[in-house]
Design a protein around this ligand. Structure first.
Ligand code: LLP
Length: 422
């Protein structure tokens, strides 16, 4: 990919997505489950750019959503309503109301309180709400604690005993239709064993529910399959699918998967530009124009994204930013940091990089998942532009925010007037 030209054309910081690779990832995921009824519901939270979702919708992807905003995005991008599911521990009344009116496939329920709200709202609409219950298998997914969700100490799902009560309650209700069972033990999983154990456990539970005449049709195994950011172990897709298919032998379910990172993670790049080199007595810092507000994963999880350097052709006379008293020829250890006013604002720690000059590019790989979607305006920084590459051609998928985008709403409240400027 010609990042130097892309950076010149669209400026930096910039997200670039390889849409062809996203399609490939989706199709290989889908193929791994062929031979069984399946529905791949791409988890929008990983990357919710409409063009990315649209690319997947054209391949008949469903959508796993965790807010009504994501449900609306999925519909806007062309995902069929009957392929949309709505998960999450804290759905508001308004969200439940809208989801039921939209008639999406089902809602994944995470507590008894939520089930009651859904029943009440369904009753007010004169509808029968299709639901699935998220069962917490109490299995350690062995991933970063912030993204581990399958233990009873986590806020997610309900234990088996509670789930049973909820299923029996729902079966009797005129306004609830329990059609699915769900679990999701965590994200960036690199070990198959906890997933395999969870499927076995939940499949056994599903069998007991069928025996009680609870007419389940969907078995939702969540998402979570990891990618290699650094040298991590990864789970082979074939093994993942076989573990699930094996555990569900003899059960006539449509298998639902909710992959996010696997579909988009490796296809995204964050392109940043070097602003300065700075040397303190103890450390070398490379200061770039991207920051933790653009890519939060290193600051939040200590995540390490592989980086590549693309040098500009500097004219001989350009001495800008060279440091005369610290000549540096070879690669040396440094931190790549952003302009945000926090010491936690780093994008890479202790990496070997050659001497760099203002204008050189540092590209962070594997940034397609949980990159832009977790970005913010912290420090009143504009969120980056997003660009897609398809069949060798680049196109803008989202404009870089401008200053007006960030302040107009507040200006209008303060002065009754906007002052849109870049
Ligand atoms: N389904 C449910 C219920 C989830 O909670 C998640 C992710 C997924 C599916 C998709 O998981 P994936 O296939 O992408 O692993 N911000 C973190 C990841 C948070 C994941 C939250 N839930 C990160 O940057 O690593």
């Amino acid at each position: 990919m010609d990042f130097l030209s892309l950076a010149q054309k669209y400026k930096t910081p910039l997200y670039v997505y390889d849409l062809d690779r996203i399609k490939k990832q989706f199709l290989s995921f889908k193929n791994a489950f062929s031979g069984r009824k399946n529905l791949i519901c791409y988890a929008l939270k990983a990357n919710s750019n409409l063009s990315v979702i649209h690319t997947l919708a054209k391949l008949e992807s469903g959508a796993d959503c965790v807010s009504i905003g994501e449900v609306r995005r999925a519909i806007l991008a062309g995902v069929k309503k009957y392929r949309i599911i709505f998960s999450g521990v804290g759905k508001s009344d308004e969200e439940i109301y809208e989801a039921l009116k939209l008639d999406i496939l089902f809602l994944n329920v995470e507590s008894s309180g939520e089930l009651e709200r859904i029943e009440t709202i369904a009753k007010s609409l004169g509808k029968k709400a299709r639901i699935s219950i998220r069962v917490n298998p109490n299995i350690d997914a062995k991933t970063h604690p912030y993204i581990s969700t399958g233990l009873h100490q986590n806020k997610f799902g309900v234990d088996k005993e509670t789930a049973l009560k909820l299923y029996l309650y729902a079966k009797k209700s005129s306004f609830l239709e329990p059609i699915g069972i769900h679990f999701h033990i965590g994200s960036q999983l690199s070990d198959l064993a906890p997933i395999a154990m969870s499927v076995e456990k939940i499949a056994e539970f599903a069998r007991s529910l069928l025996a009680l005449k609870i007419d389940l049709k969907f078995f939702d195994v969540g998402g979570g399959i990891g990618i290699a950011y650094d040298n991590e172990n990864t789970i082979a897709l074939y093994d993942y699918a076989q573990a699930i298919l094996g555990a569900l032998k003899g059960l006539d379910f449509t298998i639902i998967c909710e992959p996010g990172r696997y579909i988009v993670g490796e296809s995204g790049y964050l392109v940043t530009k070097v602003l300065y080199e700075k040397h303190t007595q103890e450390k070398r810092f490379v200061i770039v124009d991207g920051a933790m507000n653009d890519l939060m994963r290193p600051a939040l999880y200590g995540a390490r994204h592989r980086i590549k350097v693309y040098r500009q052709n500097h004219p001989q006379s350009d001495t800008q930013n060279q440091i005369p008293d610290t000549p540096m020829q070879a690669e040396s250890l440094c931190d790549v940091v952003g302009p945000i006013c926090e010491s936690g604002d780093y994008l890479a720690k202790d990496v070997m990089l050659p001497p760099l000059r203002a204008g050189d590019l540092i590209v962070f790989e594997n940034a397609g998942a949980y990159g832009f979607s977790m970005s913010s305006n912290y420090n009143t920084r504009k969120r980056a532009a997003e660009v897609g590459m398809e069949a060798g051609k680049d196109r803008l998928l989202k404009h870089r925010e401008n200053f007006a985008d960030m302040v107009n709403d507040e200006l209008e409240i303060l002065y009754g007037d906007t002052n849109g400027s870049d």
